[in-house]
Design a protein around this ligand. Structure first.
Ligand SMILES: *Cc1c(COP(=O)(O)O)cnc(C)c1O
Length: 368
């Protein structure tokens, strides 16, 4: 039976298409695009988004974990999929679903080589990740000789790509550091090219790398947040279209009198008669608690209604004293990027976290 939960996240595939083409337009014609669809495509909906991008001609997909790649394969996605945080215990699962591991350390390399030999794999594509300054996953430059020694003549695997990740691509105050990262990575690639006979793809940039660092595009770029409508500044975000709209309806309206308390822990006390609407979305859905007590808002019949009292697990209460509305009326939580960024700032976080926090119990609706 179809889920009739009234709170829904609408995904606009034509906006996604626009964003893909807009960002692709910032790269050279022969630059490949890897679409990052980890964490349910940043909390939106992975399978329709990936299908749409496949139709647009995307070259690669990136996910964080094996199960995210499996979900794409089960939804008929055929393009290559890079698993950015492939874990040795899942190597069998990876090859069963034709997923390609990120190999990021001597430990993971040795584990994969052992496994590849056992399974008698033939030139199975792997991706080598290098640390150039983020100090997260990746080989360090001084491990290069040992790494090359292990893979140079190994026929069980082939290096499909070598990549790195920029620590602060969105922050123009960090240009000097970023250029140093690009320089370090270039050196690694030069050495790797000298020693490996097969050619491989090189990539480093995420969305803001694409926007800010032309010299970090290499052969492929990895687009995440930009596809979903967020650039690294207001000007770029303006050029991108809004992909996600979060909507609900009014469950109940009640009138409270002066002195009445609203919601948990009596956090709000009415100073006069007020009209309160109850909306079926709460902190378990990603409407975070810092948005309570008048800090966050929703839009009802074109007007802002601020939260009244604490956010509950499954609902919020909003002040609609000034709004002509009734039970069953539609409610917009957000339908533009500015609101998401405003919510992020209230919650002391970034747009990424607001999107990925939208819980799976909210129905996804695909708009073509
Ligand atoms: C998540 C991720 C990306 C995408 O970054 P955006 O800033 O969302 O474009 C790219 N590369 C790696 C390694 C990632 O983990």
């Amino acid at each position: 039976m179809e889920n009739k939960h009234v709170t829904e996240l609408e995904i606009d595939l034509s906006a996604l298409k626009h964003n893909y083409q807009y960002l692709k337009g910032k790269t050279a014609n022969n630059t490949k695009i890897l679409a990052v669809v980890k964490a349910f495509a940043y909390g939106l909906e992975p399978s329709n988004i990936a299908s749409e991008l496949e139709k647009e001609g995307v070259d690669y997909f990136g996910v964080a974990y094996a199960n995210e790649g499996i979900l794409l394969r089960e939804n008929s996605i055929t393009k290559p999929i890079l698993v950015l945080h492939a874990q040795p215990d899942n190597y069998k699962l990876l090859i069963d679903y034709n997923l390609e591991p990120n190999i990021y350390s001597l430990y993971t390399l040795n584990r994969f080589l052992e496994f590849a030999k056992e399974q008698n794999l033939k030139e199975y594509p792997i991706h080598l990740k290098f640390n150039s300054g983020l100090n997260r996953l990746g080989f360090n430059g001084d491990e290069l000789d040992e790494l090359i020694g292990l893979i140079q003549h190994n026929k069980n695997i082939k290096v499909a790509s070598a990549f790195s990740h920029i620590a602060a691509s969105e922050d123009l105050n960090e240009q000097e550091f970023t250029q140093k990262q690009i320089f370090t990575f270039n050196n690694i690639i030069t050495q790797l090219r000298l020693k490996l006979t097969n050619s491989f793809t090189v990539h480093m940039s995420n969305t803001s790398g694409v926007i800010n660092y032309q010299n970090a595009h290499f052969d492929m770029v990895r687009l995440g947040i930009g596809l979903y409508g967020f650039g690294n500044d207001a000007k770029e975000t303006d050029k991108l279209k809004n992909v996600a709209t979060l909507k609900s309806v009014i469950s109940q309206i009640r009138v409270v009198q002066k002195g009445d308390n609203v919601s948990y822990n009596r956090a709000f006390t009415a100073q006069k008669e007020e009209k309160i609407a109850i909306i079926p979305i709460g902190h378990a859905d990603g409407f975070s608690r810092p948005l309570g007590c008048g800090r966050g808002y929703v839009t009802i019949n074109g007007q802002k209604a601020y939260t009244s009292g604490n956010v509950c697990m499954d609902m919020i209460l909003v002040n609609v004293t000034h709004i002509n509305c009734k039970e069953g009326d539609p409610v917009i939580i957000f339908d533009n990027q500015k609101t998401v960024e405003q919510f992020a700032s209230i919650c002391n976080t970034i747009s990424y976290e607001i999107l990925t926090a939208i819980s799976q119990r909210i129905k996804r609706k695909i708009k073509h």
